[in-house]
Write a protein that binds this ligand. Structure first.
Ligand code: URP
Ligand code: ZN
Ligand code: ZN
Length: 471
């Protein structure tokens, strides 16, 4: 592969924005140069020149939380590794970390082998895996060390979904003890699932069966309580803790408080919690609210959660923004919950739109361009042991690069920008400033000017290190 020069753009990193030319050699970034400073010796080997004048040059996005073709809610997430990673590439994401799922009675190693089979040779972009532990027992606790040696260095546990993925506090404590010994990261779905199940049963008995009641039966208090409990269990064991898909302001306050005490506690949120709400979306007329059933749920705008999340994003108490991409179609999938919201498969698709939706936060003056790059690219790479190979434009890093037009425009929706395998868009009709113009993955242009130039199988499995983000 020859050399590529990206000329005239503004390279945005976590620390600044600077006019620089970027020289790519094969799959890696070779040099950052003052504009026009490329010497004759280096220029000789340059086969492709990309003019990025007036545009941002940023690291490829790292989405640390996706669920491609995950069996869940009696069905399977509708994006395969092929369709989902292609959609991610369209949106400027060049790395995902997906979840292998262990259900009760399965061996961790078998489920990991199954996820490798699903992804191998099909991905458009590079990918790693976390492991969901749906059954914490002596065998799975032993299996954690093998996975860490294979580059799977994070384990998700659930305080929600009794009878599916739920772990008791005792199981969580044991898994955290093992994680602490290994230096591995515990990811937590923090909602009090036992209490939620009672509220769900009572709502259904009252005849409150519409999608709106999915949100009502998962109140913020049960997210705050579980988040607090997870933090305390992590403190007892010394395990680093990353709380996934945080939607309640009060849960983030718990995380901020623990961080203030110097604990290795991190929070992630997702665009759906920053833009969508219980009132407008889950509460949409008829059965339409099913499109936005996910857990944790969308929160009431009137309660101020969205504003608080943006604030915590600015202050650094939200470490990373992922999508929790878990798409289902309305037809035959979300439909299963007509007349009973508890049967609606939980999940929202959005892997394609994270970079654009978060750039809107820059346009709206809520975060800086540097923070945009940090939460979408650099921090998730560090959090999940991929830095400095991913998440940064610097010599030696993989040449995963997005040329982003801050003056461009993106219309989100079916028939506009939508490459995910879903029959609706959770962000239908959103008009956002900014546009992903060109995407390079390990030095190859895979998206350019509205054309997809990549192939299934371009993406490789990433063996991850331990988290590089600990306090
Ligand atoms: O509703 C969600 N979040 N679905 C995906 C599974 C999970 O809990 O992350
Ligand atoms: Zn979860
Ligand atoms: Zn998830």
């Amino acid at each position: 592969m020859s050399r590529t020069l990206i000329r005239g753009g503004t390279v945005v990193s976590t620390t600044g924005a600077q006019l620089l030319d970027v020289l790519v050699d094969g799959e890696r970034i070779a040099a950052l140069l003052d504009p026009g400073a490329l010497g004759a010796d280096l220029a000789a080997g340059v086969g492709t020149v990309i003019d990025a004048t007036g545009r941002y040059v940023v690291p490829g996005g790292v989405d640390g939380h996706t669920h491609m073709q995950m069996p869940f809610g009696g069905t399977e997430a509708s994006d395969t590794f092929e369709t989902g990673t292609r959609a991610a590439a369209w949106g400027g994401t060049t790395t995902i970390v997906d979840f292998a799922v262990q259900s009760a009675g399965e061996r961790l190693q078998d489920t990991m082998a199954e996820w490798h089979r699903k992804a191998d040779g099909r991905c458009a972009i590079d990918y790693g895996f976390h492991q969901i532990m749906g059954s914490v027992d002596a065998e799975s606790l032993k299996g954690m060390s093998e996975l860490v040696a294979e580059g799977v260095t994070s384990f998700k546990l659930f305080m929600a979904y009794p009878g599916v993925f739920y772990s008791t506090d005792g199981q969580i404590l044991r898994a955290m003890q093992s994680a602490a010994e290994l230096g591995a990261l515990v990811m937590m779905h923090a909602e009090n699932g036992i209490a939620i199940d009672v509220l769900v049963e009572q709502a259904l008995a009252r005849g409150d069966t519409a999608p709106y009641f999915h949100g009502v039966t998962r109140p913020w208090q049960l997210e705050e309580e579980a988040t607090h409990r997870a933090i305390m269990l992590a403190e007892v064991t010394g395990a680093p803790l990353y709380v996934v898909h945080v939607s309640a302001a009060q849960a983030l306050a718990q995380i901020a408080e623990a961080r203030g005490r110097g604990r290795n506690v991190f929070g992630e949120t997702c665009p759906q919690y920053l833009y969508l709400s219980l009132e407008e979306h889950l509460g949409a007329p008829g059965f339409d609210g099913a499109k936005w059933v996910c857990s944790t749920p969308l929160r009431a705008r009137a309660e101020g959660h969205q504003d608080a999340l943006w604030r915590y994003l600015r202050t650094g108490d939200v470490t990373a923004v992922s999508t929790d991409h878990c798409p289902f179609c309305m037809k035959d999938q979300k439909d299963r919950g007509r007349g009973d919201f508890s049967k609606i498969p939980n999940g929202i698709g959005g892997v394609e739109h994270r970079m654009d939706l978060m750039f809107q936060g820059v346009v709206n003056g809520l975060i800086s361009p540097q923070r945009w790059v940090e939460v979408c690219c650099t921090a998730p790479a560090r959090m999940f042991g991929l830095y400095p190979r991913k998440g940064v434009i610097s010599p030696g890093a993989d040449a995963d690069i997005v040329i982003y037009d801050p003056k461009g425009h993106t219309s989100i929706g079916i028939g506009r920008t939508h490459h995910m395998n879903m029959d609706y868009s959770a962000y239908e009709g959103f008009e956002v400033d900014g546009h992903v113009d060109t995407v390079l993955a390990r030095g190859r242009v895979i998206v350019d000017d509205g054309r997809y130039l990549g192939r299934a199988g371009d993406g490789r499995f990433l063996k991850r290190e331990l988290s590089q983000n600990l306090l």
